[in-house]
Design a protein around this ligand. Sequence first.
Ligand code: SAH
Length: 392
Amino acid sequence: MMDKKTEKGVPAACPVSGRCGGCRDTGIPYETQLRNKQKMMEKLLGGFGPLEPVIGMEDPFRYRNKVHHVFARDKKGNVLAGCYEARSHRVVDIKDCLIEDRKCQEIILTIRSMLRSFRILIYDEDRGTGLLRHVLVRRGFQTGEIMVVLVLSSPILPGKNNFVKALLKAHPEITTIVININDEDTSMVLGKTDKTIYGPGFIKDRLCGCTFRISPQSFYQVNPVQTEVLYDTAVKYADLQSGEKLIDAYCGIGTIGLTAAKRVPGCLVTGVELNADAVRDAKMNARENRIGNARFITGDAGRYMEAMADAGESADVVFMDPPRSGSTEQFMKAVVRIAPSRVVYISCGPETLKRDLGYFTKHGYRVRRMQPVDMFPFTAEHVETVVLLTRE
Ligand code: SAH
């Protein structure tokens, strides 16, 4: 029902709009959302130079191929599954969401309906009792492979084998099921330990002509259609040549660096990433795609760049794709010392992007091109941007 659109592409009103902490733009035509995002970005970044028009989606619905629901109970004991209310720990019950993949949602609804017969208790945040905290489902957009992660407060799932059997009977399309143990009093969704109870413990997906392996803990963009647009733009801006050295900082599972390495086999890519699971995936991804000109290092990107600068090592291009909090002065200072001719900044945080571009433009770099990409339709403040900086 939620897919019903009026002529202008306005979704039928979302029943939890205004309470759910996710979308803020339900009911606003997509064209208007894009215009608003463009205005916001121009206000923030216009001082650095001209901004290309934001690239929107042809179909802005159900783009999220990673769906995460938190489980709780209301006062009457009914199961709630959905997201937190904005700025609170109250759970908004969600049975359908217009930006989430339908199949992932169906699987979560099935799990919800199985809880009673398997006597799986919902975790109570205040008392620290119960078992099931969150369910996370990820679907490979191109491969259709599906990973279900059950986040539990303890490693024991009662009736585990029967639970797996029943879930697979309802959804034979699931390719792997993982238990994640999170026994801490934390707002983080995932704990540190994963236990695979069905399948290989990861899924694969294809992006930009490469196959990527995705583990429960690894970062992977949630909007596959726009991710290809984003990476294509980044690689195009880099204009990488054979024989050049590229650093892919904050590389995750290596998606951007491997896309570049595959397109220019004569270049050498070094990816740096803090999350060891993601680096393991990145190395496997290089091997599986038969990409021999990329290597990956686990570590802090700032420290790595500083060590490179201290050792007098060079780089021609630096890709940087930091989290929303942006990069660090240590990182940027080292980039300035290494002095690559191009820096391609891929940002999911417009405010921190502005701050960091301020640093680069004060230290010998100039913004040449800026391309916003709408990765998150219906969310007013989220825009991803690719920026090309070159040395003056
Ligand atoms: N480029 C990847 C990942 C971008 S998300 C992609 O497009 O999929 C940002 C990544 O930065 C995450 O994988 C996160 O684990 C990593 N990260 C966060 N802080 C870091 C740091 N200080 N050093 C290196 N990597 C870091």
